[in-house]
Design a protein around this ligand. Sequence first.
Ligand code: ARG
Length: 393
Amino acid sequence: MTDLAAAEEFIELFHAENPNAGSVRDRIAWVRAEIDETGTYQHTEDELAFGARVAWRNSARCIGRLYWKSLRVRDLRSAEDASSVATHCAEHLRLATNKGKIRPLISVFAPDRPDAPGPRIYNDQLIRYAGYPEPDGSTVGDPQYTGFTKTVTAMGWQAPKSRGAFDVLPLLIETRDEGQLLFTLPRKVVKEVPLRHPEFDWFAELGLRWHAVPAISNMRLCIGGISYPAAPFNGWYMGTEIGARNLTDADRYDLLGVVADRLGLDRSDERTLWRDRAAVEINRAVLHSYAEDGVTITDHHTESHRFLAHVAKEGRAGRGCPADWSWIVPPMSGGLTPVFHRYYDDPETTGPQFVLDPESVQRGQHGGPRCFAEPERPRRDTAPVLVTGGSAG
Ligand code: ARG
C-alpha cells in the first residue's frame, strides 16, 4: 500500500515548484481516491520527470548537480519484461552517449505495485568490466566484479576467448514472472576511450581504456511513496573517478606502481611522493584522451566551482543543498579545490531520492541473492541473449 502522506508531500512539492500545473487540491483528491481503490497511484509524466530531477538534486554525494534541471527522462513504465528492459537499456546507452556529447538521462521502468513488483537490474552500472582471478592471486580485469563475473559465468555467460582487462559484462535482469535472465549489450552501444598521455608515448602501450558513460543501474528511484526499482541514470564522468579511483585503488586496477615504474620514479620511500606523481599523470591521461576523442568529461577543479555555483543557486531559490563532504571532495588534490574548505547541509531524508539498498550492493558485486522466488516454470534458455540496440523507442 502506497503511503498517502508521502504521496501528498510530493504532490505539494510538485505544485509549489510548478505553479502552472493546475489545482493541487484536485490532484491530491484524485491521488487519494486512486490509492483507496488500487493501493497505489500513478504519476503523471510531468510528475515523474520532476521527481527524477529532484531525486538528482537531493543526491548528497553528487558533485555534478548544477545541471539537475536538464536531466532527460524516458518514461518506460510500461516495459516490464526482462528483454524489453534490456533492449531499452541498450537504447539508453546509445542516447546517453550521443556520439560523445554525453546527455544526462534516466530510463524509468515499471514501479513496484502492490500486486506486481517491478523489474530488477542487478548490475550496479550498465557497463562494467569482468574480473577474473588468476592462480597467483592477481586479477585480470576489475577485481570489484570477480563475484559477479563468476555468477554470470555459472549462468551461461561466456567470457571472450582471450580474457581481457576490459570485457563488458552482460546485464543480469530479474522479473517475478521470468526469473533471472542474461543479456549481452551490443558492442556498438558501448563507447570506450583508449587511454594515452599528452606527453608520454609509452602510456598507450599499457592498453588501458574506460567506458564513456557511467550509468548507475542498481539504485531505486523513490518519488512520493512510489518505488521504481529499475531506473538507470547517467551523467558524464569527472576524470578523478576513473584516474584516482577505478584505475588506482588498491582493490581495483591498482596501477600506481606500474605507472610509477614507467615514469622511473623512486618507489623505495613514500616521501618521494611517487604515488601522487603517478596519480597526476594517470589523471592527465584520462582527461586528455576523453577530450581528444570528443567524449564529455569534467575535471575536479572545474566541477568544484560548478558545485559551489549550484549551492549558491539553490540558496537563491530558497533551498538548502544537502551534501556529504566526504563524497563531494575529490579523491585527489582535495584541498586544492574550493569544495574542501567548507561544510554542507545534512543529507535530506524526505522527498524524491535515489536509494541504494544493501541487497542491491550485493547483487551489483556478486550477482545475488535473487529478489523473487524462482518462477514455477523457469525459463530454460539461460545463455545470454544479445539485445538489439538502436531499435527501441
Ligand atoms: N564513480 C563511478 C565510476 O567510476 C560512477 C558514479 C557516477 N558518476 C558520474 N559522473 N555520474 O564508474
